[in-house]
Design a protein around this ligand. Structure first.
Ligand code: HPA
Ligand code: ZN
Length: 340
């Protein structure tokens, strides 16, 4: 099972690029940009990553992002993430970035997007990893700020496939952003939103109805509403679940309590993702392996997570068919293709 997972083709749909900033790169960028950080070593940074809940993580995460200043910094950050994708056989990734985290500090929108986009393009040509970019609004800020951010994104429409919603879920429900999501949809963006991570199941329903989302990020609290779970089976509304994140932020007590395999077997379109891998202890393979260790699954079930992610992705249909074939070939020929 372990070897099968390690080389299984994967598709990632829930990754905050700022959350892939490893402590070593944080130190390098702090030095390059002469920015003070309150740590003496990368090890000390790692030791500080003990979280009680989402907010305690977000406080440290926004602080870490302060070392990102130039286009080259955003390029280096994204390139480092793509190396991890390659190692874990991620063949396609749809990544989030939080423009407001940077524009609030005086970094230009174009600096951020050009750095990320440049690395993704190189990842496509040199590593064979396809990708999309989703811009998230910070839900602890007001809707006016989100409108301004959407305005800034319009000249980069060709580089940004959709908009999302992240940061503190409690106290910031989907309805707060109904207006700006309506505008984003009218401008041709796809929409997604974090919902049902720390917030109630109702946020999942509201994100669907008020924000017109194509998928729900996290969504694991759907199980608090039986009717909603039945609906999710019927509609196949995807949930981009992040197992290690959920344990680190205490959404579940431990991996044995996690509901992802149960949801898979019920027929929901659940996927496995890494969220903020530098903070939560692992990239795609680590997330798959942690799930499989706590919940014995068959090779076919492991592969189903990839089939679900292909279905849930913003990849054109013809390319989806090719990716499904790739996975089917892998499952069918395993283990011969990797031992021969
Ligand atoms: N939830 C909400 N906001 C976030 C997260 C998350 O898991 N990661 C980065 N921003
Ligand atoms: Zn997230």
């Amino acid at each position: 099972m372990k070897a099968f997972i390690q080389t299984l083709p994967k598709v990632e749909l829930h990754l905050h690029i700022e959350g892939s900033l490893e402590p070593e790169l944080m130190f390098e960028l702090a030095k390059r940009n002469q920015i003070e950080i309150p740590f003496d070593s990368p090890e000390q940074v790692r030791e500080a990553y003990q979280f009680e809940n989402l907010q305690s993580f977000l406080d440290i995460y926004y602080q870490g992002a302060n070392v990102l200043v130039t286009e080259q910094d955003f390029y280096d950050l994204t390139w480092a993430y793509l190396q991890r994708c390659k190692a874990d056989n991620v063949i396609h990734t749809e990544i989030f970035f939080d423009p407001q985290t940077h524009t609030q500090r005086g970094i230009a929108f174009e600096t951020v997007i050009n750095g990320i986009y440049g690395a993704l393009k190189q990842g496509e040509s040199e590593l064979g990893i396809s990708s999309q970019i989703i811009m998230c609004f910070l839900r602890h800020l007001d809707e006016d700020d989100a409108f301004k951010t959407l305005e800034q994104a319009l000249p980069y429409k060709d580089k940004i496939i959709g908009v999302g919603l992240d940061s503190s879920e409690q106290g910031n429900p989907p309805e707060k952003f109904a207006g700006v999501f309506k505008k984003a949809l009218a401008e041709g963006f796809k929409t997604v939103a974090h919902a049902g991570e720390e917030g109630p199941a109702q946020n999942i329903i509201d994100a669907e109805e008020m924000l017109g989302v194509s998928r729900i990020d996290h969504g694991v609290r759907c199980t608090e509403d039986r009717k909603l779970v039945q609906e999710l089976v019927k509609t196949r509304m995807p949930l981009t679940v992040c197992p290690l994140s959920n344990i680190k932020l205490k959404v579940f007590e431990d991996m044995s309590q996690h509901n992802i395999v149960d949801l898979l077997r019920k027929g929901l379109c659940v996927t496995i993702n890494s969220d903020d891998p530098a903070y939560f202890g692992g990239y795609m393979n680590d997330n798959f392996l942690a799930v499989a260790e706590a919940h014995p699954i068959t090779d076919e079930e492991a592969a189903q997570f990839t089939y679900n992610a292909i279905e849930a992705s913003f990849i054109p249909d013809e390319k989806k068919a090719l990716m499904r074939e790739l996975v089917t070939d892998y499952v069918f020929h395993y283990p011969y293709e990797i031992t021969s």
